[in-house]
Design a protein around this ligand. Sequence first.
Ligand SMILES: [Zn+2]
Length: 67
Amino acid sequence: MTGPVRVCRHCDGVITDPEDAVIVAHEQGNSGPGWTVWAHRDHAELVDTLPDDFMRVLLRVWSVRSR
Ligand SMILES: [Zn+2]
């Protein structure tokens, strides 16, 4: 297997199915372009390093659902 290995931020498991991989954050590197933080689809909402934009989307979804 070539390609980048995606590791789930929540459970540290390797995400083998691309369909199951979701981006939960993009962290800045000290001297590089930074890197993307991945998680399993089912674990994405359990990761506590959510970027502001993602939280905003979630909050909007929650507020719509609670109406
Ligand atoms: Zn996981």
